[in-house]
Design a protein. Structure first.
Ligand SMILES: [Zn+2]
Length: 86
């Protein structure tokens, strides 16, 4: 019985040591985290925002309608025209 426990302890100990070595090797192999490149920043940079002349909501220029020198969030608000905000 004592012999079986001895070999069991050796077996578990060897597994434990093997795992520790594997974890250390993985840490060494992992490359350091890289800072985001300039291209990534350019891709995520925000687009110019414009304001709807009627309701005042801000939206990206590409989604706004430019009619009569004003920007609108929708054709419906372009038809309603400029609203004076209090
Ligand atoms: Zn609007």
């Amino acid at each position: 019985m004592g012999k079986a426990l001895f070999w069991l302890a050796i077996f578990i100990g060897s597994i434990f040591i093997t795992r520790l070595l594997a974890i250390q090797a993985a840490k060494k192999r992992r490359p350091p985290p890289q800072a985001p490149s300039k291209q990534d920043k350019a891709a995520t940079s925000s687009e110019a925002m414009v304001r709807c002349a009627h309701c005042g909501v801000h939206l990206p220029r590409s989604e706004a309608s430019l009619i009569n020198q004003n920007t609108w969030c929708s054709p419906a608000h372009a038809q309603l025209g400029v609203r004076n905000r209090d």
